[in-house]
Design a protein around this ligand. Structure first.
Ligand code: PLP
Length: 367
């Protein structure tokens, strides 16, 4: 079986975790601090605040940029639930904006057009590893709207020479077990704003200053073992991103022109991190008229894993409205019905990649 997701882990991670265990210092301390400064240096930002999940990082980003009760926050309906549920955690109002059919992201101009005087922030998502385009972000800021980036899927991605997580007021990263860089669970808030970083640090630790609990906070602390694994993972980031991009380039070349199949969009000047290599399958025009789920079953029969991210856009989820909202965001609904992720992880061999290509072509009837 060619698996959809395999993390890149090796002896350096194992040794780093063992060292921490031998030290008996498990709670957030010097290794977390080293991870923070190394990741901040790698991104080129002033501050990184390590937390224990990407969800916690999005929550911290919203709190630290001033989102509170009743504030409207704009985001995409085509993302993982945590992007929007973090808004609910801050008692904000979630307002979705439909996605662009090529990038599956919401671009800043669409956010700017949708924003109202009640809009306090936007959360732009670097979906599947494609960095969003920040042109126009300053105009949003000038309207008093905070610009938050959910970069949970996009570590290593770059646009116009600028790494994801560096062009916004606050960015969130995830190191969940399936991400490009893994800790098992883990996350980070990145920012150039001293006040945002200070607020994130307070929020991560119960709002505690000395003996005082000054405001509501949470236990969002990362552990030393996970930070040690994360430090070792950062050493691999370049190689991981390069391997994913090489796999994607192979698929781009081999699958170009297959009828009914749209390949991932990666414009000039962008380093896509390919957290997912997500294709769209249009049943009406594939040679054998198979839909996405039939193609997925056919791939599985041929020993190739694949995945659906995301089958249901968030406005159709019970938490955010449910089926009565059908039709509100037609592009997100169409993409959710057609999207399929193929294996793109760094452990793929040349034989694996060829197997994926031939299984995929035969699954859609193109051979
Ligand atoms: C876009 C996006 N946002 C937020 C999250 C939440 O991250 P975590 O699972 O680390 O809490 C994830 C990943 O799971 C994600 O893909």
């Amino acid at each position: 079986m060619v698996e959809l997701i395999v993390p890149s882990l090796g002896e350096e991670e194992i040794a780093a975790a063992l060292d921490v265990l031998r030290s008996r210092q498990l709670a957030q301390g010097a290794i977390v601090a080293s991870f923070e400064s190394e990741f901040a240096k790698l991104l080129g930002v002033r501050h990184v605040v390590a937390v224990n999940s990407g969800t916690a990082a999005v929550h911290c980003a919203l709190k630290a940029t001033g989102v509170g009760e009743g504030d409207e926050v704009l985001t995409t309906p085509f993302t993982f639930a945590a992007t929007a549920s973090a808004i609910v955690m801050q008692r904000g109002n979630v307002r979705f904006v439909d996605i662009d059919p090529r990038t599956y992201n919401v671009d800043i101009e669409r956010y700017a057009a949708a924003a109202t005087p009640a809009t306090k922030a936007i959360i732009a998502v670097d979906l599947f590893g494609l960095p969003c385009d920040w042109a126009g972000a300053d105009a949003l800021r000038a309207r008093g709207i905070a610009v938050v980036e959910d970069a949970c899927q996009a570590i290593g991605a770059v646009r116009g020479g600028k790494p994801v997580g560096t062009q916004c007021d606050a960015a969130a990263f995830s190191f969940y077990a399936t991400k490009n860089i893994v800790m098992g669970e883990g996350g980070a808030l990145a920012t150039n704003d001293d006040a945002v970083a200070a607020s994130g640090r307070l929020f991560r630790q119960h709002g505690q200053v000395g003996d005082d609990f000054t405001e509501l906070g949470y236990n969002y602390r990362l552990t030393e073992v996970l930070a040690a694994i994360g430090r070792a993972q950062l050493h691999r980031l370049k190689a991981i991103t390069q391997a994913r991009r090489a796999n994607a380039a192979f698929y781009d070349e081999q699958l170009a022109g297959v009828p009914g199949v749209t390949l991932p969009y990666a414009p000039e000047g962008v380093i896509h991190a390919y957290h997912h290599y997500a294709v769209l399958i249009d049943k009406a025009t594939t040679p054998n008229r198979r839909d996405r789920d039939d193609v997925r079953s056919a791939l599985s029969e041929r020993g190739v894993g694949s995945g659906v991210y995301y089958r249901k856009p968030l406005h159709l989820q019970p938490l955010f409205g449910g089926p009565q909202r059908t039709g509100e965001f037609p592009v997100a609904e169409r993409v959710a019905a057609q999207v399929l992720s193929l294996p793109v992880h760094p452990q793929l061999s040349q034989a694996d990649r060829e197997r994926v290509v031939s299984a995929f072509k035969s699954a859609v009837g193109a051979v």
